[in-house]
Design a binder for this molecule. Sequence first.
Ligand code: ZN
Length: 149
Amino acid sequence: MTPDLRNLYQEVIVEHGQRPRNFADLPNADHRAEGFNPLCGDRISLQLRISDGVIEDVRFTGAGCAISTASASLMSEALKGRTAAEAEQLFAGFHALLAGVPAADDAALGKLTVFAGVREFPGRIKCAMLPWHTLAAALHGEVQPVSTE
Ligand code: ZN
C-alpha cells in the first residue's frame, strides 16, 4: 500500500467501513431516500425518524466501498439529536471539507474531518458524498433515487 493510500484509509475510516454503526432498517422511519454512485457501485438506503424537527434516529442499509460505508456510518452518528437545519449545515461543511474550501467552522464537523484526506483522491469524493446527497434527498422528500452522476 502506498503512503497516500495509507493516508486515505485512515484508521477511523477503515474501522467504520468494517463495522458500520446504525447499519439496519429503522422501524417507523418517516423520511427515507435511496442513493447510488455509478462510478463506484455504492448503494445506500437511508432512513430517518424526525420528531419536532429533531433527527431522533438514523439508519442505513446497502452495499458500498469502505469510504461510502464509513461516510454513512459517521454521518449517522453525527446526525442524531440534530435539527434538520443543523444537518444541512453539516452537509455544507462536509462538502466544503472535501472540496478543500476553508470552512468557517471545521470544529463543528468533529470526527467527520477524518475524510479530509479523501480530497486527494477525486475519484472517491463521490463515495464520501453519496450518503450526504441521499440525506439531502430524504430531508427534502425527494422520491427519485439520488445518483451522484
Ligand atoms: Zn465507493
